[in-house]
Design a protein around this ligand. Structure first.
Ligand SMILES: NC(=O)c1ccc[n+]([C@@H]2O[C@H](COP(=O)([O-])OP(=O)(O)OC[C@H]3O[C@@H](n4cnc5c(N)ncnc54)[C@H](O)[C@@H]3O)[C@@H](O)[C@H]2O)c1
Length: 443
């Protein structure tokens, strides 16, 4: 099939590359020209395991193309995916301006019947707006075409995006016509391990499914974070509780991990967008508000633990930070817990020495240059250099290379042997036996 993907960010690039890998002809339209130039040279805008070789081989095979506008698209598409960003607006609602712009461009461009697929996470009812915008543009061109607007939300996890895309738990498709259904089935059949894994439903139901899924996962995390605070007060180890409840088949283990807060490009903004939708429909979203509030507080847990140990004034305290990305396997820094920790340490007069295997380049762009110039913030060449002379290690992102570190080497370089484990990666007893003071979350 001929496919256009609008937006070559996380979702667009993975979607386009995977569909090209399956033998389709894919053109990614991306407005950011430097991004497109880099992609053509094989330089990716994101770090995602196994993505680079797949992009390179599909570009070389002539199945994957990157352009900056519709004007450069060579063929009429069967399917157009919208995969542009929908960041939080000031009121928490999803900013739909990029989706609207993409819809207008589609209406200005298409010459043949096609299916427009919304892969961006969009407010319920957005497909109708996309349809109206495309129709308006077609009317201006006095062109009569048949096109469907389908909702096909994406559920990939950053760090495992290719695997998730190629072997999805399920594919959600909201649509109205048999024609669109047949095209979506043709598109997804090669990656569906069984036909039951594709769920067809109404467009609005599909749009809502995405928000409800992310809100559910965020709720599980915030619930566990709340339990961890309670466990800590009562001398209970949340990790034993986690295993105890996760082994209940009605509950399961996924997304039950307490920690120093969730971040990323999806959970925080999608919970806020759903809260906003609830509010505009007169529903008091009590659970969502609590999920969001608990997460904000949870991001301050590590700074609070530092204050308990060193006092509010962190002058003269050097904090080693392991992990900057919001989760392992990505360089995505959106709403990462590390940002809150670093800002708090520096605000209270302390200094930070940090290391992340992949996210330091992105973090460097995000964090104020003055912190680097003044030496308040230093990025180290490796995880052990980040511990040179530090008073404490704060583990924020559970990259694999941090799981079994060389404890002797750590002790050799750290000024004080103290570990704040923001992701409960270590066994407290082992750490204490090895001569470290150790504090995790909820234990
Ligand atoms: N990142 C994830 O893990 C993930 C997972 C599931 C769903 N989503 C959803 O998918 C959508 C995209 O997320 P993302 O993380 O890929 O965003 P992103 O910010 O990484 O990428 C969006 C890209 O679209 C480009 N763009 C914006 N307007 C454009 C236009 N008119 N034409 C062409 N390109 C345009 C931007 O330059 C950017 O490169 C969002 O709605 C998000 O909520 C993201």
């Amino acid at each position: 099939m001929n496919i256009i993907v609008i937006g070559a960010g996380y979702v667009g690039l993975v979607t386009g590359t995977c569909f090209a890998e399956l033998g389709n002809q894919v053109t990614c339209i991306e407005v950011n020209e430097p991004k497109v130039n880099n992609l053509k040279k094989g330089i990716l805008p994101i770090y995602e395991p196994n993505l680079l070789p797949m992009v390179t081989s599909n570009v070389e095979a002539g199945r994957l193309h990157f352009v900056t506008s519709f004007a450069a698209v060579a063929v009429d598409p069967d399917v157009i995916f919208i995969a542009v960003g929908t960041p939080s607006g000031e009121d928490g609602a999803a900013n739909i301006a990029y989706v609207e712009e993409a819809a207008r461009h589609i209406g200005d461009f298409i010459r043949e019947d096609c299916v427009v697929v919304d892969k961006s996470t969009v407010p319920v009812g957005m497909a109708d707006q996309v349809k109206a915008l495309i129709q308006q543009a077609l009317d201006k061109r006095q062109l009569s075409l048949t096109f469907d607007v389908v909702s096909n939300p994406e559920f990939l996890r950053e760090g495992a995006a290719i695997e998730d895309f190629m072997c999805p738990d399920r594919v959600i498709v909201g649509l109205q016509s048999d024609r669109a259904k047949q095209i979506m089935l043709n598109l997804y059949t090669p990656i569906l391990r069984s036909p039951e894994r594709i769920y067809f439903m109404n467009v609005k139901d599909a749009e809502m499914t995405k928000y409800a899924a992310n809100a559910m996962l965020a709720t599980r995390i915030s619930f566990m974070n709340e339990m961890s605070v309670l466990c800590e007060r009562m001398g209970v180890d949340i990790e034993n509780v986690r295993m105890g409840i996760g082994s209940d088949s009605r509950i399961g283990h996924a997304f039950l991990y307490p920690g120093c807060g969730y971040g990323g490009s999806c959970f925080p903004k999608d919970v806020r967008a759903l809260m906003n939708m609830a509010e505009s429909h007169g529903v008091d979203a009590m659970i969502l508000k609590a999920v969001e509030k608990r997460n904000q507080i949870q991001k301050t847990v590590l700074p609070q633990k530092l204050a308990t140990i060193f006092g509010e004034d962190l002058s003269g305290v050097l904090v080693g930070v392991w992990g900057l990305a919001f989760k392992p396997g990505t360089d995505d820094m959106r709403e990462a817990s590390s940002l809150v920790l670093i800002e708090e340490v520096i605000r209270r007069g302390g200094r930070v020495q940090a290391y992340d295997p992949e996210a330091m380049g992105v973090a460097r762009q995000l964090l104020p240059e003055k912190w680097f110039k003044s030496g308040q913030l230093v990025f180290a060449a490796n995880q052990y250099d980040a511990l040179q002379d530090v008073d404490v290690l704060a583990l924020v992102t559970e990259w694999k290379s941090f799981c079994y570190p060389d404890l002797t080497r750590m002790k050799g370089v750290m000024r004080r042997h103290l570990i704040l484990d923001g992701r409960n990666q270590y066994n407290p007893a082992h750490m204490r036996e090895a001569g470290f003071d150790y504090a995790g979350i909820g234990r």
